[in-house]
Write a protein that binds this ligand. Structure first.
Ligand SMILES: C[S@@+](CC[C@H](N)C(=O)[O-])C[C@H]1O[C@@H](n2cnc3c(N)ncnc32)[C@H](O)[C@@H]1O
Length: 209
């Protein structure tokens, strides 16, 4: 293994998941989903804790793994999570309950993000996770910026799309959309952004105005 491969392996094996998180990961993989890595999950928990989050929203519930990580950092917060797949929501609900998060604090909205997000209140969320349809990442991030409060943070996992974003030969709509989000994050004066190599890339930005 190269030095870089060893470092990446160490980074992504450093954080240990709870048994509920490990089950959520296993079920997510069974469904062919691409759940966040433990290193990304730990960063989500840290951001939830650091922003003293009381109100969080997630695009792309999957089977609940990322929501479990978010809530682990802010156990008293309310999480709203959007996904079009009812079956995933049923599964996620079981994991939230098993982990001790009451149904009253986890609002699962079955629907497509671009149908649901326009109805959500702006400047109202401490943390917004964008992990839905990769082809809609630009529109989802625009909504995330509208929804997050000043001082709150938007998290975009899978931003490097398994190395495709760094490869100029890859020019699918999804990859171009991810590049556009990264460029906008670099250029915006209203946010402070950081790109982390955890998982397959995690873009984080905090709204400052
Ligand atoms: C990568 S998976 C999410 C994994 C989850 N965040 C985790 O790490 O545990 C992407 C999810 O986005 C959902 N999805 C697909 N299209 C969507 C849309 N238009 N709006 C919201 N979610 C969508 C999929 O059903 C899938 O559950």
């Amino acid at each position: 293994m190269t030095h870089n491969e060893l470092t990446w392996k160490f980074l992504n094996e450093f954080d240990v998941e709870s048994s509920t998180q490990a089950q959520a990961r296993a079920i997510s993989l069974e469904h062919g989903l691409n759940p966040i890595s433990p290193a990304v999950g730990a960063q989500l928990a840290l951001v939830a804790a650091a922003t003293n989050a009381t109100n969080m929203i997630e695009i792309g519930t999957g089977c609940g793994l990322s929501g479990l990580w978010l809530l682990s950092g802010a156990p008293e917060a309310t999480l709203t999570s959007i996904d079009p797949e009812f079956e995933y929501h049923e599964q996620a609900r079981e994991f939230f309950t098993e982990a001790g998060f009451p149904a009253s604090r986890v609002r699962l909205i079955t629907g497509k993000a671009l149908d649901v997000l326009p109805r959500m209140n702006e400047n109202s969320y401490d943390v917004v996770l964008v992990d839905g349809d990769p082809n809609q990442v630009e529109q989802n991030v625009e909504h995330a910026l509208r929804l997050v409060r000043v001082g709150g943070t938007v998290l975009v996992p899978h931003i490097l799309h398994d190395g495709d974003v760094a490869n100029p030969a890859k020019r699918t709509a999804a990859v171009n959309g991810l590049r556009a989000v990264l460029t906008a994050a670099q250029e915006s004066e209203n946010i402070v952004a950081a790109l982390s190599p955890a998982g397959d890339g995690l873009l984080q930005f905090t709204k400052i105005s």
